[in-house]
Design a protein around this ligand. Structure first.
Ligand code: HEM
Length: 473
């Protein structure tokens, strides 16, 4: 039993007794970790008592990492983009597939001999291209310079925020200034690459508004949604190319990092699983069947049939969470808020951070038997042969879909404040996993530590290499 496991067990003891506990942190000062039930009650408090959004902005040090503060102060893209794109998963699947097929060829190779790929880099490339087919469309989504600037910006934003967070409070403005320069460098690069496309899109949109029948694109990507909203504001400054590209950039930031980490951790969980359990083969079998039922081309209906893949994603997100302590919320009520502490209550002052012990809950043996083990079958049950329930030809049925948060699974946040991009993200990950397994062999390898603890975050090893080869189909 290692140190981490001992801490996790102690946390579980507090949580079982429904007691909050306080931990000192380097980045956020004292953080009060709450039992789930209490957080559920507190999350019902209005935003002027307990805050989510500003706490998230503080975590990424938005005042330094985001170039144009209008993106933070008026974040209309936050819900507009994920909610609109989620409605169009059916039509987004084709363009996503085109992009990821090409991305696989260039970053995973076409060789039928075993070759090495660095999981993080190869996943980022595929995820960025597939996601950007829905965010800005072709040709930008496959432009190598655009993709490289996204990767650079993502390192600058998340790495920079982490650097500021570990810097003593007094010196943070100095570190913040340096990180600001770093992020602004990539933001400028990004805008320069996007500018001709953004300008052309603005022109086309304005022009189409004056045409009879309104020629405005009906299939709107995120860029179009941003431009339409900016035009509706009746304020020319909203249409600045820089502001529009900054909104596209932040949407990429919130989307790409989480999706790449999730995919990375799933692939790591699969290749380090015991080969005799046959997890990779079982998932591939499900993908092969869904693909052949769909006539050989992936569509959203075929993706929805991937019940085992969905369960594998959920269990990988459970066993390899993005943080040990997460869902930070700040008390913003000047008079503080009252929390339960056993039979008494304690007044928590303004500025205190409350959070959930995500990893301890995800790894609690009383909730998840064999909790430290990855088990792709954990969230499905096998349908009984010959019963009516197998009439759809599916072997498994879902017990809990990945997109549904509950009291024991916080991969996409809490039930009160779930990630608005989760349907898009899971759809994309399933499509990528399905494509990967039906087109490539991936080699099992020895188990190794997959995540490094840094502050409360759990960071994937970006240098992990696996061996893959193109399957002869
Ligand atoms: C597998 C990929 C993803 C993971 C693991 C993930 C995870 C999360 C989590 C845990 C939160 C809640 C944080 C909290 O309450 O403290 C969140 C919020 C958010 N996510 Fe995601 N996310 C993913 C993909 C996406 C995508 C694709 C989009 C957009 C296209 C997106 C947009 C957002 C936004 C805008 C919020 C903030 C909501 C708010 O401001 O309250 N996410 N995400």
């Amino acid at each position: 039993m290692n140190y981490e496991m001992v801490i996790s067990m102690l946390r579980i003891e507090f949580i079982k007794r429904d007691l909050p506990y306080l931990i000192p942190t380097m980045d956020r000062g004292p953080v009060i970790v709450l039992p789930t039930e209490q957080m559920k009650v507190l999350e019902k408090l209005p935003d002027d008592q307990l805050d989510v959004f500003s706490t998230l902005q503080e975590q990424i040090q938005a005042r330094y990492t985001i170039r144009d503060q209008r993106v933070v102060l008026d974040p209309y893209h936050r819900y507009l983009i994920p909610s609109q794109l989620t409605r169009k998963l059916d039509t987004l699947t084709g363009p996503m597939l085109t992009e990821l097929e090409d991305a696989f060829k260039s970053s995973w190779g076409t060789d039928s001999k075993w070759t090495e790929v660095t999981i993080w880099k190869a996943c980022f490339h595929v995820v960025a291209r597939a996601a950007n087919s829905a965010l800005c469309g072709s040709p930008l989504c496959s432009d190598e310079k655009y993709l490289a600037s996204l990767e650079g910006q993502s390192v600058a934003l998340f790495g920079g925020a982490m650097l500021i967070n570990i810097t003593p409070k007094l010196l943070r403005p100095v570190m913040g200034y340096l990180v600001k320069l770093w992020c602004a460098y990539y933001a400028r690069k990004f805008t320069k690459i996007c500018a001709p496309y953004v300008e052309a899109r603005i022109r086309e949109t304005i022009h189409s508004k004056f045409q009879v029948g309104n020629g405005n694109k009906s299939e709107k990507d995120a860029l179009q949604l941003i431009i339409d909203e900016a035009i509706s504001r009746d304020d020319d400054t909203q249409l600045s190319v820089q502001l529009i590209s900054d909104r596209l950039l932040i949407t990429n930031n919130v989307s790409l990092h989480g999706t790449t980490s999730t995919l990375h951790n799933l692939i790591s969980s699969l290749v380090t699983s015991d080969p005799s359990l046959g997890y990779i083969e079982a998932l591939r079998q499900e993908c092969d069947k869904a693909l052949s039922d769909a006539g050989g081309t992936w569509n959203s209906e075929a993706i929805r049939k991937l019940k085992l893949v969905d369960s594998a994603i959920r269990d990988s997100m459970r066993v390899a969470p993005f943080a040990s302590i997460a869902m930070a919320r700040a008390v913003v009520d000047p008079s503080g808020i009252s929390i339960e502490n056993g039979k008494s209550r304690v007044l928590v002052p303004q500025g205190t951070i409350l959070a959930l012990p995500m990893e301890s809950i995800h790894c609690d043996e009383t909730i998840y038997p064999d909790a430290r083990q990855f088990d792709p079958f954990r969230f499905v049950k096998t349908k009984s042969e010959g019963s009516d329930s197998t009439s759809d030809g599916l072997r498994y049925e879902t017990i809990k879909p990945t997109t549904t948060p509950d009291d024991h699974f916080f991969g996409f946040g809490t039930s009160k404040n779930p990630c608005p991009g989760r349907f898009l993200a899971v759809h994309e990950i399933k499509l990528i996993v399905a494509y990967l397994l039906t087109n490539y062999d991936i080699e099992y390898t020895e188990a190794r530590p997959q995540l490094t603890d840094l502050l409360a975050m759990k960071i994937p090893d970006m240098k992990t290499v696996i061996r893959v080869r193109k399957r002869c189909i």
